[in-house]
Structure formats: C-alpha cells, structure tokens
Design a protein around this ligand. Sequence first.
Ligand code: HEM
Length: 456
Amino acid sequence: MRASTEIPGPPPANSIGGAYQLMKAVRADLLGLVLSAFEEYGDIFQLRVLGRRQVLVRSPELIRQVLVTEAKCFEKGADYTSRRKGLAKFGGMGLLSSNGALWKQQRKLVAPALHAKRVAAYADAMVRAADEAMEPWTEGDVVAMDDAMMHAALHIVGRTMFHEEVGASADVIGEATHALHGMLEANNSAWTLLPAWFPTPQRMREDRAVRRIDEVVYRLIRARRPTEDGPVEDTGDLAALLLGAEYEGGGRMTDEQARDEIVTMFIAGHETAANTLGWAWVELAREPEVAAKLHAELDRVLMGRSPTADDYHALDYTRAFIKETLRRWPPAFTFLRTCVADTQIGDFQIEKGMDVSLVPYATHRDPRFFEDPERFDPERFLGERGDAMDRYAWIPFGGGPRVCVGNAFALMETTLVLARIASRYRLELVEGQDVVPVPGVTLRPSGPLRMRVSRR
Ligand code: HEM
C-alpha cells in the first residue's frame, strides 16, 4: 500500500494566489478540468488546496470500494451535516445528511414507502403533472421547458407526499429549495468567510426560507397526526406512510424527524428529476433517429392513451432513453464522502478526515466502460449490452447501502412524464440556442430551455 501523499495530482495550490487561480479555472470549466485531470493522472487523483486534500475517483472498481466494500470507513461530511452551511440547514437530519445509527433506523423506516412495488401507486400523479404542463400549450408555442419540468417535478413530489392539499405549499417548498441551492452555490464565495452570525443577504434569505418551510410542513404533519403517538389519517400518500410507520422496537418518528425526512425528499427528488427531464428533451430534439424509435414505441404501446404504471414496464426503449440521459447528464455529477477510519482505496492509503469524491460524470464518459461515450445511444442499456454493463459504471443514483432511496420513483416519474408528453407533442430547440451543462448543485442544462411545441 502506498502513502496517500503519493496519490498523483496537480501541484498543490497552497498560496491564496494559487487557490484563487484554481477557483477561477474551476468556475470557467469545472467539468473539462476534472475530465482532463483523470486523463492525465488516472483513476484516482488528488487536489491539494490551502492545506486541504480532496481525492477524486473514477473507475467502477474504486467506486465499489468507497460505496460498498469500505462503506463503513466513509460517511457524509460537513457539506451534508452542517446546520450552518450544509444541506442540514434545510433538510435537518433527514436521510441525505444523517449518519450511523440514526441513518440506519430512518432508512429502514423510509425505504418501504418508496419501494418499486409502492411507487406504482404514484403513477397517476406523475401523468397528471405531465398533462398540466401541456395544458396551456397551443401549436407553435415556444415554451421554457426547464421551468415546465421543474414545476411538474415539484408537483409530483408534492402530491405524492401530501395527496391533494399541497397546492400553494409545494410552491413554498419549491422556492425554499432554490434558496438552498443559492446557499450551496454561494458556499464557494467570499461571503462564507464572514463569521456565522453575520447576517449576509443570502443568509437572511435562507433563514426566511427555513421558517416558511417549517410553517408549511409542520402544519401538514399535524393535520395528519395531531399527536406523535395518536392515529394517522390514512390518505394513502407518502406522508401518511412515513408518519404511520413504526420502528422495529415500536414507536414512530418525532414530528421533527418527519419534517426532516419530508423536506429532504423535496430537496433530493425535485430538481434532480426536473433536470433529467430537461436533458431528455434536449437529446430528443438533437437525435432524430433515436426520437423516431422512441415515438414508434410510444405509438405501439400507448396507442394515444395515457401511460399507466403497467406501461412503464412495457416501455423498454423509453426507459433505456432515460437511463442514457442519466448517463450523459447525471444530475448528481459528483458526490462526496468523508473518510472516518483509515482505509485503502486502490493502491493508496486514505486517512481519517480526507474527502473522497465520486464523479459519475467522468465514469459515465469512460470509453473502457461505454463504447463511443459521446454518442447518445439508449440501446446500450438493452439486451445483452445492458446485461454486460458493470454495476458500478452507471451510478446516477450512487450505490451500496446509501443508494438513492427514490431511484425507482425517479425512473418511473421521468419515464412516464417523457412518455406522456412525447406521445402528444414534438419539441424542437429554438434555433441559435447552444445548450451546455451547468454544474451547480446538480448538473442542469443552460436555460431558459426554449422549445417550440407541435402536435404529433
Ligand atoms: C433522477 C432523479 C434522481 C437522481 C439522479 C438522484 C440521485 C441520488 C444520488 C446520487 C444519491 C446518493 C448520494 C450519495 O450517496 O451521496 C441519492 C440519495 C437520495 N435520494 Fe435521490 N436522486 C433522484 C431522485 C430522487 C427522488 C425522486 C427522491 C425521493 C422521492 C430521492 C431521495 C433521495 C434520498 C432521501 C437520498 C438519501 C438516501 C440515503 O442516504 O439513504 N431521490 N439520490
């Protein structure tokens, strides 16, 4: 085993000037920079900035080690757990941020509500959101497809979580999610050097957003469950499942824990799905041959009617299309772990306290695992080619014990929304638009995504 100091990488940027130059280069082209560093240094490299080290890994084998075989040596770090400037400021100790015993106990309680068998019950809400998105369209309209998909995804989480009554509440939570993204993006700015108590405009926006979320979500929780151990009104939605679920040793989630899990699902499940759909429309417009195959499947399976949960399983090409979209444009293009016990990854020692990033964006573009990776080719997910794929080469939802708990939900949602809209409309990118990936908190297509709609 080699020392972690021997992990290859660019020269350290340990002066303020050097760190500033690196930050500038990252701002200009983060994705290009990361891809070329993997090309130069191999499947594992490190960045050294102002005395801190960050290790990045690319190959399925190293990913498997971090997420599965050595999973006990890695946890979510301050980016998630800090209540001051991490995700926990909004999502509290929900599943995305918690670690250890709390995470384990919550995962057991939450996972059954999002199990593949369960999510079929939410198919109607998914298709309805697609119908609502199309409602205002008339032939030849130019629509902002990124906004339309954001709205649809928000209403899908809102309705599956709180059945009917969510309406305006979903908008409050949606706004708050944007404030969160503002916070995470602002974390890279000089404002964050100010002491925690200093009320920057961004921090005041965040505090307001948290207060509004709390108001709405606690109200919705208490309407379902006036007291923590009292009866839960069975409205058949996700909130009722979560609030009614019992721990193995008895007892239910506290209101605060329920609030954290609910807000976490809004945060985790809304923009990721919306961006996937945004990219799906871009690819469908750019790839006429692929579009012809997708349309042929939709016409054959649906024959003009609305898709159902059963259709989801029959729409093989459409599902593969979504998987290929997630390969090319993984919303979680990178995600992070902090090492909590010394271990070994590949040939190198990783010590407690080091940060390790997985970079699906790079793994998904590696020609060793995806032939002709720049080609948009849904068929790589079908038949024998699909079966032969390394499980840890395609990781839009992560892997191991902390794999996305909403992955079955997300695949059904994106497939059904795409199927419903594409069976009725053709969408073209308005000319002169150069859509490029924007690596914010998630990887989104540059907007506004202006598309012209025409009836099929
Ligand atoms: C295309 C859409 C989605 C993508 C690409 C995505 C991606 C991911 C990824 C990569 C992780 C693992 C992060 C890590 O290991 O650090 C994750 C975790 C999670 N996701 Fe998703 N997600 C999506 C949709 C959803 C939806 C719809 C929900 C909820 C309804 C959801 C809820 C969660 C939660 C709660 C976690 C934390 C799980 C845990 O740590 O136990 N996600 N997601």
